[in-house]
Write a protein that binds this ligand. Structure first.
Ligand code: NAD
Length: 426
C-alpha cells in the first residue's frame, strides 16, 4: 500500500478536528497550506552546462509566528511531502508552544552527485528566487534531509548580500562560529529521551530496568541512544543502512550496545561498519530485526512508514512504548493496533520537537547577541519538552484518547485561537 504523506497529515487533522468539534472556517483554513512557492533554479554546473532544478517552499500557517522548517535536498522530493511536513511543523511548534508557524522547503536534486561549488550555487539560487519571502520575522529555514549547516550559511550569506545587512535569525542550524547554539546537534535526540523519561516516570517504570531497540544511527538516533543509556537504559539493537550493500543491518548485543564505541565506527551518513562491529562482538542481523527485538521500547529514528499493519504483528509482546523519533515512522492505521496491545506511542511531532525548540532558542540568542552555556540550553530544552509532554499525557488520560490525538488537539486549538484572534476566521 502506498502512503501519501499529505493525505496522512490531512486524515490525522480531520480526526482531531472532529474530536474537537472545530468550526468549519478553521477546519477549511488549517487542512491545507496558506502559501506555496513552486519555482525553478538554474545552476551553472562544473562542466559548463546549466541544470534547472525544481524547488518548493510551502508555508502551512504563520498565525503564531514566522514560518519555521527545514529545506530538504532529495531526488524524490514531492510537493505533497513538503506540504505534509509544513503542516506537521505548524503542529510541532504549537505543541511545544514556541511562537513560530509551520513551513518546509525542498529541492529535487541529489547533493551526493553534486560538487560543493554546484551545491553552493544551488543554495544561493534558492535564496535569490525567494528572499523577499524569507526573513527572521517571515520564514526561517533550517537544515533537513541532505542539507547541513554549510548549506544554511551559503543561504544566509546570499540573503545578507541581497538585503545589505546582518540577519543571523534568517536561518537556524548555523555553526557555532556564526551564531549557532550549543546543544543544537543533539537536541532532537535528547528531546526524544526527555519525553520517554517523563512517560516512564508517569507510568511508574524505572528507566534503568528497561531495554530499547533503535532504528537508525544518524543524528537523532545516536543522540537519543546516548542519553537513554546515560540515564541507565540498555540499548540491545541498532539498525542502519549500508550504502555499499544497498541494504540495512541490525547490530545486536544482548548485554547492551556501547553507543560511543559504535559512533566511532560509523560514517557521515550514520552507517555502522559491519566488519568492525562483528569484531566488537555484535551479532549482524537483517535490517528489520530491530523491529522484532524483545525490548520494552522501540525507537524508530530513521524513516517514515516503517511500522505498518503488515509488520505490526512481528513486534515483540514485551514492547510497552514506541517513541516516534522520525517523522511518520508509524502509519496512522497502526494507532488502533497499538491501543489494543496497550502500547504507549509518543507521537512524532511531540517526540522529535527538541530540534525546533532548540532552533527557537538559537533565534532568541541571535536576537540578544548573547549566547548561553550548554547546560543552560539543555535545561531550557528539557523543561520545554517536559511541559509539552505533561500537557499531552494529561489530556490523553483525561479524555481517554491516544497521545497522538491529544497532541493534535492541543496544537490545533492553539493555532485555531491564533487565527481567530487575528480575525482570519470568524
Ligand atoms: P540521518 O540522515 O542523520 O540518519 C538517518 C539514519 O537512518 C542513518 O543511520 C541511516 O543509516 C538510517 N537508515 C536509513 N535507511 C534505513 C533503513 N532502511 N533501515 C535502517 N536504518 C536506515 O537523519 P536524522 O537527522 O537522524 O533524521 C532521522 C529522522 O528524524 C528523519 O525522519 C527526520 O526527518 C527526523 N527528524 C530529524 C530531526 C533532526 O533534527 N535531525 C528533527 C526532526 C525530525
Amino acid at each position: 500500500m502506498q502512503y501519501n504523506p499529505f493525505e496522512n497529515a490531512q486524515a490525522q487533522f480531520d480526526k482531531a478536528a472532529r474530536e474537537l468539534g472545530l468550526d468549519q472556517g478553521s477546519r477549511a483554513l488549517l487542512r491545507r497550506p496558506m502559501k506555496e512557492f513552486h519555482f525553478t533554479i538554474p545552476v551553472k554546473m562544473d562542466d559548463g552546462g546549466t541544470e534547472v532544478f525544481q524547488a518548493f517552499r510551502i508555508k502551512h500557517n504563520d498565525a503564531r509566528g514566522p514560518a519555521k522548517g527545514g529545506i530538504r535536498f532529495h531526488p524524490h522530493e514531492t510537493a505533497d511531502t513538503v506540504r505534509a511536513l509544513a503542516m506537521w511543523m505548524t503542529w510541532k511548534c504549537a505543541v511545544v508552544d514556541v511562537p513560530l508557524g509551520g513551513g518546509k522547503g525542498g529541492v529535487i536534486c541529489d547533493p551526493r552527485e553534486m560538487s560543493p561549488g554546484e551545491q553552493e550555487r544551488l543554495c544561493r539560487g534558492y535564496v535569490r528566487q525567494l528572499y523577499n519571502q524569507l526573513g527572521p520575522n517571515v520564514d526561517v529555514p533550517a537544515p533537513d534531509m541532505m542539507t547541513s549547516s554549510q548549506h544554511m550559511i551559503w543561504m544566509l550569506d546570499e540573503y545578507e548580500v541581497l538585503m545589505g545587512g546582518r540577519y543571523p535569525g534568517v536561518v537556524t542550524g548555523k555553526p557555532l562560529a556564526l551564531g549557532g547554539s550549543l546543544g543544537r546537534n543533539g537536541a532532537t535526540g535528547f528531546g526524544v529521551v526527555y519525553c520517554l523519561r517523563d512517560l516512564l516516570r508517569a507510568e511508574g517504570i524505572d528507566i534503568k530496568a528497561t531495554t530499547a531497540s533503535v532504528q537508525g544511527f544518524g543524528n537523532v538516533a545516536e543522540h537519543a541512544a546516548r542519553l537513554y543509556t546515560e540515564l541507565g537504559g540498555t540499548v540491545t539493537a541498532v539498525s542502519c543502512w549500508n550504502q555499499a550493500d544497498r541494504r540495512a543491518y541490525t547490530f545486536r548485543k544482548k548485554e547492551g550496545c556501547h553507543i560511543a564505541a559504535l559512533a566511532e565506527i560509523k560514517d557521515h551518513f550514520g552507517s555502522i561498519d559491519k566488519t568492525k562491529a562483528r569484531a566488537m562482538g555484535y551479532e549482524v542481523l537483517p535490517g528489520d530485526a530491530w523491529l522484532c527485538e524483545e525490548a520494552d521500547i522501540l525507537i524508530p529514528a530513521a524513516l517514515e512508514n516503517q511500522i505498518t499493519p503488515a509488520v505490526f504483528g512481528s513486534i515483540s509482546k514485551r514492547v510497552r512504548v514506541i517513541c516516534e523519533a522520525a517523522n511518520g515512522p508509524v502509519t496512522p492505521d497502526c494507532d488502533p493496533l497499538a491501543l489494543e496491545r496497550g502500547i504507549l506511542l509518543i507521537p512524532d511531532f511531540l517526540c522529535n520537537a527538541g530540534g525546533v525548540t532548540c532552533s527557537y532558542l538559537e533565534q532568541v540568542q541571535c536576537n540578544m547577541n548573547y549566547f548561553w552555556s550548554l547546560e543552560e540550553v539543555l535545561e531550557k530544552l528539557s523543561s520545554a519538552m517536559s511541559k509539552a509532554f505533561a500537557a499531552v499525557y494529561g489530556l490523553a488520560g483525561e479524555r481517554g484518547v491516544l497521545m497522538r490525538d491529544a497532541a493534535y488537539m492541543i496544537a490545533i486549538e492553539r493555532v485555531r485561537d491564533a487565527v481567530k484572534m487575528r480575525g482570519w476566521v470568524s
